[in-house]
Design a protein around this ligand. Sequence first.
Ligand code: MSP
Length: 517
Amino acid sequence: MAEPERFYLTSPIYYVNDVPHIGHAYTTLACDVLARFKRLDGYDVKFLTGTDEHGQKVEKSARDAGMDPRAFTDKVSANFRDLGRVMDYSNDDFIRTTEERHTVACQELWRRIDDNGHIYLGTYAGWYSVRDEAFYAEDELSDGADGKKTAPSGAEVEWVEEPSYFFRLSDWEDRLLDLYESNPAFIAPRSRRNEVISFVKGGLRDLSVSRTSFKWGVPVPGDDQHIMYVWLDALTNYITAAGYPETASGDYATYWPADLHMVGKDIVRFHAVYWPAFLMAAGLEPPRRVFAHGWWTNEGQKISKSLGNIIDPLQLVEKYGLDPVRYFLMREVPFGNDGDFSHASMVHRMNGDLANDFGNLAQRVLSMINKNCDGRVPALGAATGDDEALLAAAHGLYGAISPHMDEQAFHEALESLWAVVRAANAYVDHQAPWALRKDDPERMGSVLYVLAEVIRHLAILAQPFMPGAAARLLDQVGVDDGKRAFTDLGPEGALVAGVALPEPAALFPRFAEDEAS
Ligand code: MSP
């Protein structure tokens, strides 16, 4: 048998300065949905997430908490792992940049870049934002209300002057532009691609890649007065986890280059400019694609700790349930755009799309089978044009959804699923199987068979988005665990008449408004 094609995708690694919030949950969720989709589609998937634990920001947070940075990072990193359990992420690895394997990879990458002549020693004198962990040129800054300079992100900056190694980023302009030109899908969505291209065309300055004024980081090989710039350290996680430095038979050759780095729009420059330049300078291949999604606001307001309106994903899941939260985040906003979280829109999706549309479809069909077909899959008699049309829509779903997933258009994939949910509900209304029970039970059986088979397709394809609900629904239509992959969507996987089904149970609860608050 041919080796399965591999698919390597990564989330950003999260700063351990804080508890996880909805923004963190969102980026990793998008990866999880895609990872699950690709696995069901037969790929050998490697899905990586983890925590970014070095640098001045984390060191300062540890100090503020009165803790040693190592103990502090152990504690906060565990919160991100806990989030993963609650959100049911299916990551294959969880990397921490304080791990030994990562120090080894960072130092090796540095050596290669240095051996190739792309690093020199100088002095950095300029602005630095600890919150963004980024260097800024004077002309990028503006004057804040209190007279202090601020970065474009709104973060405070401070003046830094210290010996530093520099990466010759200015040498990479043309090669980066070539990379974007020859791989139009390298940066998505288009607005971000344009933004990156104009940034690079505007001219690149050499980049400071080491710091000397604090110690919490990976030492520069051969000069441990310096620690590596936290972004060089952090980005390297993607190859560390792929098994870099490479061995002849190791995972690196199998999984690198990554198929996708999923990131938020604020960190696209690091991933689409600095990272491919570092890799090419070391003689390594750049990743295949970087997708930058938008940001969530809360009831119309920017989310920030100072405003006290951080959305805690654990509380969301507790209040609305995991599958509804996963569905909402992937459905509400065209992936790539900014979006607003509100209680009203969450409840609207839950009660409308989930309870009324999908849940009600399953409930109606399964309880009719339970009551009128002796709780067994009915037989399909002679199919009518309506039957054929609905079955054809279900059979076409995988083909409709798959290209959307390859473009990370998760909202479109769900819209395609729901087009079939709506068509199936219209078919139930039109065929009125309950009215056939007395006079034409055979036809009633055919209608319910068609519907059960459509539900099987919907449930198999909904698995990446709502793993819990989809699994329960597949149990209810009697689909064995080993028959839930996309290859089972074909006729060999079709429901078999006579198979006993379990007692149906409601799939999606309605959210009663008076439970709100
Ligand atoms: N540590 C770096 C990433 C290094 S990757 C080599 C970092 N960490 S972070 O914890 O600050 O942010 C991680 C992700 O959360 C980013 O992709 C960011 O866009 C995302 N979000 C943070 N707030 C967000 C919202 N309000 N909405 C959506 N996503 C947001 O950056």
